[in-house]
Design a protein around this ligand. Sequence first.
Ligand SMILES: [Fe+2]
Length: 218
Amino acid sequence: MILLATPAMGRRRFLFGGLAAAGGLLLPSPLALAQGALVATPRQTPGPFYPVQFPPDVDHDLVVLRGSAARAEGTVTHVMGRVLGLDGRPIAGATVEIWQCDARGRYLHPGDAGPRPRDTAFQGYGRTTSGPDGAYRFRTIRPVPYPGRTPHIHFVVTAPGRRELVTQMYVAGEPRNEGDGLYRSLRPAERQAVTVRLEPANGIEGGALAGTFDIVLA
Ligand SMILES: [Fe+2]
């Protein structure tokens, strides 16, 4: 078993509301194939844009807001995976939260004073709960770059009896990855653990992308 020591990151408190069910189709994951030799998902800073006020809809589908016909700008992307322990066993009942900027590069946060108006159809934040097999999934948009950062999705995962994990997911093949200070701060095995290949979501949603991000809690 490989256990990588990770630097202690600043912790902050997160508040939770209602939980949505998770589950569904999973794509093959190299991580899943390497059970017994899992790398703990590395910790990363939450950054300054975790919501100070949650959107009216906090479910796992960030592309549409409940009660609205509008659809978020950007490429619809299904991010799915399992929450696992270092031993490869699934962790059920974990709360998985994500937040990311919209297709225009704006976060749902008053501290983000970017020049372009926010895409109000994008939920900006979502949460779900891992199922009995540890599975979770989100329907969101492909992350986009904003000044100083390569595309990424912020994650926080909490599970009973385990230390909260704050991390970020990156997109494989993104040319900006190598120039991103937070990405570069990771060792090769850690980078691999948070870098996800996005491919056409065949059989899930036409025109959409899909990728598998398994999350390993130490
Ligand atoms: Fe960010």
